[in-house]
Design a protein around this ligand. Structure first.
Ligand SMILES: Nc1ncnc2c1ncn2[C@@H]1O[C@H](COP(=O)(O)OP(=O)(O)OP(=O)(O)O)[C@@H](O)[C@H]1O
Ligand SMILES: [Mg+2]
Length: 257
């Protein structure tokens, strides 16, 4: 296998005053072009892991290598280069919008990276087209639906040219058409060879697109491998539900065992 994009060893994070570590000796390799699904119960450490990989939060201990180089060093010396590579779709994408219009928002990344006006316009056009937002260019981001807001966050990341995209709970608060919109984008990005990390409770929605499943529990990786194999080994204490069910009648549709 190729060298990993990220090599994480013994990653540790404890917040001041907390009784337990949020991440407790976590090891993970992330490879270029893979679609990695990270599942785990509330508070298992998914968002903290994402923030550390994205360079938004400092680890308390352990090492994070990005393309073989210490991430902290890379952020100091080549901050712009790293930002060009990795983009995040936050659980509440509304918090990441900065533009008055959809177009302006999608342009924020490329403008910040110092691209020319012509190149920015080209990237924005491409990002909005790929996410199906070409008809909403002049719309204020706050007027978009939940699914459209997530798509706009992805458009901005694409316009910045990022090849690695981390999505935190991309299906939260979406109705069925909204889930389908976001899933379609995930499928297309995967087909384009982007590296995707998806943190979610809603395994049933995206499992079919995943190359690898990681189970996080109390700040540690408890299992990782092909989704099917990990689910076959799933233990109830991890708080992750195996979504493989065949419902025949409405009465069978229950999350209670
Ligand atoms: N800023 C903070 N200060 C103190 N503790 C924090 C902070 N951020 C997160 N934590 C703690 O770290 C642990 C992991 O949080 P994290 O947000 O990563 O969980 P998660 O797996 O994303 O959960 P969820 O599924 O609810 O989104 C939790 O116990 C949380 O309370
Ligand atoms: Mg979270």
């Amino acid at each position: 296998m190729d060298n990993p994009l990220f090599t994480v060893r013994g990653l540790y994070k404890i917040f001041p005053g907390a009784n337990n570590a949020a991440l407790e000796g976590l090891d993970l390799d992330l490879y270029e072009g893979e679609c990695l699904l990270v599942a785990g119960s509330n508070g298992s450490g998914k968002t903290i892991l994402m923030r550390i990989l994205a360079g938004l939060l400092s680890p308390g201990g352990g090492t994070v290598l990005f393309r073989g180089e210490h991430l902290e060093k890379k952020l100091k010396s080549k901050h712009g280069e790293f930002r060009r590579e990795l983009g995040i779709v936050f659980q509440d994408p509304e918090t990441q919008f900065v533009g008055e219009t959809v177009e302006e928002d999608a342009a924020f990344g490329p403008v910040n990276l110092g691209l020319s006006a012509a190149k920015t316009a080209e990237r924005v056009q491409e990002g909005l087209e790929k996410t199906g937002l070409g008809g909403k260019r002049t719309c204020p981001p706050r007027h978009l639906s939940g699914g459209e807001k997530r798509r706009l966050a992805v458009a901005g990341i694409l316009a910045s040219g990022c090849g690695i995209i981390i999505m935190d709970e991309p299906f939260a608060n979406l109705d069925w058409p909204g889930v389908v919109q976001v899933l379609t984008i995930i499928r297309d990005l995967k087909q384009e060879g982007k590296t995707l990390v998806i943190l979610t409770h809603e395994l049933e929605k995206v499992l079919a697109l995943a190359d690898r499943l990681v189970i996080l529990h109390r700040g540690r990786i408890r299992d990782t491998g092909k989704p099917e194999e990990v689910l076959n080994r799933l233990r109830p204490e991890y708080g992750v539900r195996d979504p493989r069910q065949s419902y025949i009648s409405a009465k069978d549709c229950s999350w209670l065992s």
